[in-house]
Design a protein around this ligand. Structure first.
Ligand SMILES: [Mg+2]
Length: 329
């Protein structure tokens, strides 16, 4: 009974945290099938699960998340050391085909559930889920605002699809703005579209070298970025499904949401500084209220794109700045 409660809690936590039950398929002896079939028969059960091969797991081709629960069979015990190396602390649970030892705790949480109890465990979890409320999202009571910065022509001078670190040059005044923001209690985050990655025009190594050079130059001025997010997706390029997150690309708000998820920033009091209409539209879409358009060469084109957007979205209001000292944080 004690074990059954442990199992129920583990599965309930996994579902409520947004995780997935991952059954590790043992190719030599498909012992997971019986356990999987119980959940499959309860398809409407709201318990998300996937079955993945040992090979995909161990090679890193399939990556699980910290909130997932990985279920392994007794025959897979020899793999546990390799599994631990392939994951980053996910909870692993050992199932049993027959009643096993009462409980065991090593490195992660280990527990046992025999197949005869499995149906009951899953059924109880489903019944609980039907009445359970969603877990409250963790939110600090003092959520700090964030200064969101575009990269090209905001943090560094724009060199289209730059792959040469020697060409990286900070924009005048950006270090002072970052200093002021940190001094005022803001997080500072970079949110940058980098379609060159998705188009295959820049390799990851090249992108990283340019990025590191930007960070080095900022460090020389005694400032830093708390978080950096980039969107490699590009609509007009065929990319392998799942490899690039389309929702990250501005004017969609995915990068802001990633920063918000991690740093728990208060978007309503946050600030966006960009040089493109898409920067401001993305920030506005996620609820950033203070928007600044930096006066670059393309400003008239960008202003007209914003005017077009404002026809249907008059709540988007912004200020044009020719110098970062005009940004109020
Ligand atoms: Mg830009």
């Amino acid at each position: 009974m004690k074990n059954m409660m442990q199992w129920e809690k583990l599965i309930l936590d996994t579902v409520q945290l947004g995780g997935t039950l991952i059954f590790l398929k043992d190719l030599a002896n498909d012992a997971v099938a019986a356990h999987v079939s119980v959940i499959q028969n309860l398809r409407e059960s709201r318990i998300p699960f996937v079955v993945r091969s040992e090979k995909d797991f161990l090679s890193g081709a399939f990556r699980s998340r910290p909130e997932d629960l990985v279920l392994v069979m007794p025959t897979q015990v020899p793999l546990l050391t390799s599994l631990n190396a392939a994951m980053q602390g996910q909870r692993i649970c050992l199932t049993a085909e027959a009643a096993g030892p009462s409980s065991l705790f090593l490195d992660g949480l280990w527990t046992f559930c025999d197949l005869s109890a499995w149906s009951e465990v899953v059924g109880n979890v489903c019944a609980t889920l039907d009445s359970a409320e969603a877990l409250p999202q963790w939110q600090g009571s003092q959520q700090a605002p964030c200064l969101f910065l575009d990269r090209d022509d905001v943090v560094v001078k724009n060199v289209p699809y730059n792959k040469n670190p020697e060409l990286v040059e900070l924009m005048p005044g950006i270090a002072d703005l970052i200093h002021r923001a940190h001094g005022a209690g803001y997080w500072v985050a970079l949110v940058t579209n980098q379609s060159g990655l998705g188009r295959g025009w820049i390799t990851w190594d090249e992108y990283q070298k340019v990025h590191q050079q930007m960070l080095r130059l900022l460090a020389e001025k005694g400032c830093w970025l708390d978080e950096c997010v980039w969107a490699g997706f590009y609509e007009k390029e065929p990319v392998p499904a799942g490899e690039q997150l389309a929702s990250l690309r501005k004017p969609r708000g995915g990068m802001f949401q990633q920063v918000q998820d991690k740093l728990k920033v208060n978007l309503a009091t946050s600030v966006m500084v960009g040089d493109s209409a898409t920067d401001l539209i993305a920030a506005h879409g996620v609820g950033v209220a203070k928007l600044y358009l930096f006066n670059s060469e393309k400003i008239s084109e960008e202003k007209s794109k914003i005017s077009e957007f404002q026809k249907a979205n008059p709540s988007l209001q912004y200020a044009v700045v020719a110098n970062f000292s005009e940004v109020i944080v």
